[in-house]
Write a protein that binds this ligand. Sequence first.
Ligand code: ATP
Ligand code: MG
Length: 431
Amino acid sequence: MSKFKYQNLTGMHDILPTDQVFFKKINKVLEGVSHYYSFDKIETPIVEFAEVFSKAVGTDTDIVGKEMYTFRTKGQDLVCLRPEGTAPVMRSYLEHGMHNLPQPVKLWYVGPFFRYERPQAGRYRQFHQFGFEAVGDKNPSIDSQIIQMSYDVLKELGFKNITIEVNSIGDSECRPYFKKILTSYLKSKKSSLCSDCQRRLKENPLRILDCKEEKCQRVKAGAPQIIDHLCEACHAHFKQVLEFLDELELPYTLNPYLVRGLDYYTKTVFEIIETSETGTSLGTLIGGGRYDNLAKMLGGRDTPGCGSAGGIERIIEVMKAKEEKAGGSKKPEEAKIFLAQLGQMAKMKSMKLFEEFRTAKIPVAESFSKDSLKSQLRAADKMGAKWVLIFGQKEALENFITLRNMETGTKKEITLDKVVEEMKEKLKNNK
Ligand code: ATP
Ligand code: MG
C-alpha cells in the first residue's frame, strides 16, 4: 500500500484566513448590489443530475464534454458536481413553478463550482462563482441591467481598467444559417486551424471564434461576422441593448467574435475583462448573456432569461496584485483595549470579563494562553493597544482591575463591575 501524504487534490485549494477578507469584501458588495436591484438569493445543491448540464450546456462544450465531475451514486443515478450555476437556477425555477410569481424572477447566488480543467493561473478545479439571473423576461433592458450590475460589482471593488465586450449570437431562427456560412468559410481554411479547431469544425464551429491559438486568430480575422446575419428580431433586440448601454454610459466594445462556450446562449453575450492595470491579465472576470432556449432544453415551458457569472478567485487575484502595487494591504482596525491576566483565578475571571465586553460590543484583544505578564504586554504593544487592563492575583481577589494607559504610562484602578462601562466611555471620548 502506498503511503498517504497529506495534501490537497490538484486544482483544489484551501481558502485560508488571509483570503477570507477578500471573500468577505466581495460578498458584501454582492449583497449590496443584489439588494439594490431586488435580486433575491438562491442556493441550489452542489450535486445535480448530470442531465441538467448535458442537456442545457451541451455535450460538445468543454465544460460538459471534458471538464465535468460525473459519477454514479449507489442508487445508480448519474450525477455530477455542478460546473456552473445558470442551469441549476433554471431547473429550480421550473421545478418550483416560479412562473407563477411576478416576472422576471431575479435571483443571485454564490458558491463553489467544479471543473476538471488543467490547473494554471486563475484556473482551478474547485472555484467560486457568483451569478445574477433574471428569469422570465425577454426585454433588452434586462440584458443591460445584468451588464450594469456585473460592472457595478467590479467598480465597487475598486477596479478601474475594466471593459465590457458584447456581441449577439442570434437565436434558433438565424444561428443555424450563420453556422452554415461560417462552416463553409472555415472548411476552406481547415489546414490553417489548430488541431482542436479542426475537430470543432464538425461539432461546434462557433467555438472556433473563441480559440486563443495564434493560428486560429488569423483565420478568425477574415471570418464572416454573425452580427451581419442576425434575423430581424435579434437585430432589433441587440440594437436596443446597445442603446441602453450607451445611455448608462457603460464602457463597452463590440467584439464580433465573442461567442462564449455554452449551447444555451441566445442573442446577447458579454464578458468583462480587466485591461491590465497590473500588467497581467487573468482573462475574463465575469461572463454572461441571454438564454432564451435554456428552459426548453431542460424540458420546461418556454421561458426567457438573462444572467451573468463571475469568477471569485480571479477577481481576488487581481485585487491582491493591485494591493501589492499600492504597497501592501491596509491593516484591519485593531482593538484598542488589551486584556492581560496573571494567575489562574485572574485568568478565569478575565475570560468572563472578555465575554461581557463582547456582549457590550466592545472589541478587546487577549492572550489567555500566555501566562507571563511580560509577553502579554509585548503583544499589546505590538498591536498598538492604547489601554491594557491588567487582571493580576491581587485584583482577582479584591475584584478590581488595573488600567494602564500605554501612551502616557499612567495607571488607574477600576472596580470590576464598572469596568465595561468605563471603557465604553473612554472609547467614546477617544473618537
Ligand atoms: P474561460 O474561457 O476562461 O475558460 P469560461 O467561459 O469557461 O472561462 P464561464 O463558464 O463563463 O467561464 O464562468 C464565469 C467565470 O468563472 C469566468 O469568467 C471566470 O472568471 C470563472 N472561471 C471559469 N472557470 C474557472 C476555473 N476553472 N477556475 C477559476 N475561475 C474560473
Ligand atoms: Mg472554461
